[in-house]
Design a protein around this ligand. Structure first.
Ligand code: F6P
Length: 464
């Protein structure tokens, strides 16, 4: 930021990159949130005197902007009703299920849409207020679909990028939304629109042609005023070196040994780590394990399935329902297949620090990532990064974006329970040589395309 608090590079995202914690003296302090996006963008932020515009996560509270790690934090407040209608409602009960193949029914409410527009306008205004003349603004994700065009309206001098972290659906599903034209035109305000996969980019281009009547050639759309909008794929990745270092840290290795001990030193550990979200295929995955233990294809004395489900969007109806279903399912399977003090499924509904996640990854013989639909899925990549040796195996859904890159994973269709069961057993019992061959190839992929490559590729194409 320069002296009059204007920034030359801005990120606009629903959430700020900081979490409020309490220090030893009981005072509130802001700590950098864990996560790849922040790690990747902090160097650019510092270099260019950047600002991050976002919500701090609590309703009905206005906080002042502040400097953090050499860049500016610009908070956007949300009222309680806005959290309900913009965040829990239109973002997470309309767009989220719609963009994930409608694996839960999307809800369409006119009041939610009105609030979504009003909140997007507030984010756009906040960005317009702090952007230097000719600055670059990078808008993130489905919560802020309308910000690119709103911002262009306010500040035509800006260079605007948008990245969608989740899938972009085909026309057949997208057409359901009553405000489809407005949503597409929201993104057309950007100079560059990034998607996880080429399929998302081509779905978007097709819809833009059809709904807005724009012309397109290859990945370039020409607007009626002659302005160009490019739509391309930039598959997101992780800080693989950082995860590798974590897995090799002696304290993490000690924690891993303790974890293994706590699980009863089983011969085979299967692991799932997901946000508790209905897109992640948890119901299907847990049923598959229940049947494997029931039919003696997995021996409870030798194998355990450790499933971590991180609490998420807990006030949204579908998430409440999912939590109850999983509790019931896990309880039933353990009561039938496990022994006293020896559950076959070790289930935790909790979030853990990155160090503990790395410890879990490193003890897992088989990592199970079986979403019904997922933009990318970074857990799959983190697992590979935490296995610098050739140990381990990844079972991966064909419906995760990561399957396009991690082709040597044990690929499954999570709707096909029998197929998934067979593949889980194969992943656990294949020869060390076969497993090592797959891990080696995937490691090459993960380490050669890390999170900073993703950010640099996007920003390079945006002209930064
Ligand atoms: O994958 C999309 C995403 O919005 C991520 O950016 C975020 O980490 C995750 O879902 C959880 O989202 P939230 O808790 O903000 O609803």
């Amino acid at each position: 930021m320069n002296s009059d608090h204007k920034a030359d590079f801005l990120v606009v995202a629903n959430r700020l990159p900081v979490d409020r914690k309490t220090d030893a003296d009981g005072n509130p302090v802001w700590r950098t949130s864990p996560g790849g996006l922040v790690t990747a963008l902090e160097p650019v932020m510092k270099r260019k005197g950047g600002a991050w515009v976002g919500w701090h996560g609590a309703p009905d509270e206005t906080i002042e902007g502040f400097e953090h790690e050499g860049y500016q934090i610009v908070p956007v407040p949300l009222g309680e009703q806005e959290v309900e209608e913009f965040y829990e409602g239109f973002s997470n009960a309309t767009l989220w299920p719609l963009y994930h193949d409608c694996v839960a029914p999307p809800e369409f409410h006119r009041e939610w849409w009105d609030t979504y527009k009003a909140v997007n306008q507030r984010f756009a205004q906040a960005a317009a207020d702090v952007a230097e003349q000719g600055a670059t603004v990078w808008v993130q994700d489905y919560q802020l679909h309308l910000v690119p065009s709103m911002l262009r309206e306010l500040r035509p001098d800006l260079r605007i990028g948008f990245f969608l972290h989740i899938p972009f659906p085909p026309k057949e599903l997208f057409q359901q939304v009553p405000w489809r034209k407005e949503l597409v035109e929201g993104l057309l305000g950007a100079d560059l629109v990034g998607f996880q996969l080429p399929g998302g980019a081509s779905n978007f281009i097709r819809l833009a042609r059809r709904l807005s009547g724009v012309e397109a050639l290859g990945d370039t759309i020409t607007m009626p005023d002659g302005r160009r909008v490019r739509a391309r794929a930039y598959p997101i990745s992780i800080d693989a070196d950082g995860f590798k270092a974590l897995a090799e840290d002696p304290a993490v290795q000690e924690e891993a040994a303790q974890l293994r001990e706590n699980l009863g030193n089983p011969k085979k550990i299967f692991l799932g780590i997901d946000r508790l979200d209905y897109t992640k295929g948890l119901r299907q995955r847990i049923r598959a394990f229940g049947e494997l233990f029931r039919d003696d294809e997995l021996d409870p004395a030798e194998s355990v399935f450790l499933q971590v489900a991180t609490p998420s969007r807990e006030r949204v109806e579908e998430y409440k329902k999912l939590r109850d279903d999983i509790d019931l399912l896990v309880g039933r399977i353990n009561s039938q297949e496990g022994d006293i003090g020896n559950p076959v499924i070790a289930y935790r509904h909790d979030s853990f620090p990155r160090t503990t996640m790395a410890a879990m990854y490193s003890i897992a013989d088989v990592m199970v990532v079986t979403p019904l639909r997922d933009g990318m899925n970074l857990v799959a990549k983190e697992y590979i990064a935490c296995h610098p040796d050739d140990e381990g195996a990844l079972v991966l859904s064909e419906f995760a974006g990561a399957a396009k890159e991690l082709k040597q994973a044990y690929i499954v269709n999570p709707h096909d329970l029998n197929g998934m069961k067979k593949t889980l057993v194969k992943a656990a019992t294949d020869s060390p040589k076969q497993r090592a061959r797959r891990m080696k190839a995937m490691r090459k992929q993960v380490f050669s395309h890390q999170i900073d490559d993703w950010a640099n590729d996007f920003l390079h194409d945006l002209g930064v």
